[in-house]
Design a protein around this ligand. Structure first.
Ligand SMILES: Cc1cc2nc3c(=O)[nH]c(=O)nc-3n(C[C@H](O)[C@H](O)[C@H](O)COP(=O)(O)OP(=O)(O)OC[C@H]3O[C@@H](n4cnc5c(N)ncnc54)[C@H](O)[C@@H]3O)c2cc1C
Length: 478
């Protein structure tokens, strides 16, 4: 008879690995399934950073402790092995199309101050995944590579998970299958979720790039077929960078856009002697988070339930919490306790620490600035007003707020000198779904499963939201 598991975890990313390790440590019988044949390979675009090292992320401070080869999160107390290379990040620079940088932090000052000043670090995610594989094996987790899950069936007693011709029976299932979660789609978790767009990405690891080795760089391009973002982070290996081009506009040819940044304008200067080492890509469906993340013995966690991406740190935290919650739930069942609270320790934490603590619309603003400031020259003028460096930060929820707050103080100057730009910037106060509306209409969510996601049409903006935004607009005009 096939083994019955306490928990079947689908997806061996940071969230699934951490959930498996935690459940294994608690003595559960755990199966960890991933469609990749080599679960430690990293084959999708990603900057491989640990973000937000100068402020808490989902309630925790992140520490990389190279002395003992550990990453730890306090005060929660989660820690894991990381014995790979790393590089400190001291600044995040947002370059206007003209090249003018708005700096969050100054790399020279950070280098002088040392590690306490780092805003993040870049790691090698393949080493992280190798370390996590060792850790789950040490707690007797059964790892099944090459299983592409295409069916999850809740039963009276638990759940059956099937894929690649194999079937697994468990009491619980944790869906850690990432941003385009097929399980979330199959089981209807996406039904009430607002769908914004897809984020399409192409990337190269490159050597010979002439740029600061401790700064993350973002810029934007206004190309013939649409608007694109450029994002470049150093790699932990000497002289290497991870160069990414991203767009939410499905009409954009990303390969051409990459060529643009590698050869023309101020970014082209950095790549004169550069060599491509490895190329990857990604597509991410961007939704609002899943608020009710558990039903029918299936718990959906991390990227599978978040707004586009929860970051590696967030995924580790979700995995750790989910592994603990399911461990408690299994124990409660075995003890036949009347009051079952295990799962709710996760679902309540998820709502509080992620859904309610972050402004998910503000996060989505990270991708839309080129649609607000519609011409490269306008973006360059606005950024050109920001000369002095701003507070060092590398948190996708905070950085935009820091820049937005500074920009707000410049509004009188912009209104006076460039009313055309002021009128466009005001759109940031509009209901964001309206600003996104064109992109949302022409985009379709994707899924890593057998079911094609329903195209969730753009519902239009409510009258109430419009009245509010008009009120704000008139107040500002005065
Ligand atoms: C372009 C880009 C850049 C990024 N840069 C950063 C960064 O610099 N820093 C940062 O912290 N985060 C970054 N992220 C986000 C980060 O990668 C994710 O937040 C994190 O990996 C989420 O972890 P996860 O375990 O939830 O999902 P994932 O890491 O996506 O893991 C999901 C796993 O599920 C498996 N899977 C999927 N479907 C199935 C199926 N049907 N059957 C079996 N297995 C399946 C996949 O193979 C995968 O191994 C970036 C993401 C992108 C797209």
């Amino acid at each position: 008879m096939a083994k019955k598991y306490d928990v079947i975890i689908v997806g061996a990313g940071p969230a699934g690995f951490m959930a498996a390790r935690t459940a294994g440590e608690n003595g559960l019988d755990v199966a960890l399934l991933d469609k990749k044949k080599d679960v430690t390979s990293f084959n999708r675009s990603g900057a491989q950073t640990l973000v937000s090292m100068t402020e808490p992320y989902m309630g925790n401070l992140v520490v990389l402790n190279p002395r003992d080869n550990r990453i730890s999160l306090s005060p929660n107390g989660l820690s894991l092995k990381y014995d790979g290379p790393y590089r400190n990040l001291y600044a995040w620079a947002f370059h206007a199309p003209s090249g003018h940088p708005v700096r969050l932090g100054v790399a020279d000052e950070g280098r002088e101050t040392g590690e306490i000043a780092r805003v993040g670090v870049v790691i090698d995610k393949e080493v992280l995944l190798q370390n996590m594989l060792e850790e789950v094996k040490a707690v007797s987790v059964d790892v099944f590579p090459g299983i592409s899950v295409d069916r999850v069936t809740p039963t009276a007693e638990g759940v059956i998970v099937e894929g690649s011709g194999q079937s697994f029976e468990g009491t619980y299932c944790i869906a850690a299958d990432g941003v385009n979660s097929g399980i979330a789609e199959m089981l209807g978790f996406n039904e009430d979720r607002y769908y914004w767009c897809n984020l399409n990405v192409t990337s190269h690891y490159m050597s010979g790039v002439d740029a600061d080795p401790n700064t993350v760089i973002t810029s934007s391009g206004y190309l013939d077929d649409g608007k694109v973002l450029f994002f470049m982070a150093p790699r932990p290996y000497e002289g290497e960078f991870n160069v990414q081009v991203l767009s939410i506009d499905p009409r954009v040819n990303l390969k051409k856009a990459m060529d643009h940044f590698l050869t023309t304008g101020f970014t082209g200067e950095w790549f004169k002697n550069a060599k491509k080492l490895r190329s990857m890509s990604a597509i991410c469906s961007c939704y609002d988070p899943i608020e009710e993340s558990f039903k029918d013995n299936v718990l959906v966690i991390a990227d599978a339930a978040s707004t586009q991406e929860i970051e590696n740190i967030g995924a580790l935290m979700c995995g750790w919490r989910a592994g603990s919650a399911v461990s408690a739930a299994v124990r409660e069942r075995n003890l036949k306790l009347r009051k079952m609270t295990g799962i709710s320790t996760y679902t309540n934490w998820w709502k509080e620490a992620f859904c309610d603590s972050y402004d998910h619309e503000a996060y989505m603003k990270n991708w839309i600035l080129t649609f607000v400031l519609t011409k490269a020259e306008r973006m360059s003028f606005a950024f050109g007003l920001l000369d002095a460096p701003l507070r060092a930060n590398f948190n996708p929820y905070t950085a935009g707020k820091i820049m937005g707050a500074k920009m707000a103080t410049l509004q009188p100057v912009i209104a006076q000198e460039r009313p055309d730009i002021w009128l466009e910037l005001v759109r940031l106060r509009w209901p964001l779904k309206e600003v996104y509306s064109e992109v949302t209409r022409i985009s379709k969510p994707i899924s890593d499963g057998p079911i094609a996601p329903k195209a969730r049409g753009y519902p239009g903006t409510s009258r109430e939201a419009w009245v509010k935004s008009l009120g704000r607009f008139l107040k500002e005009k005065k």
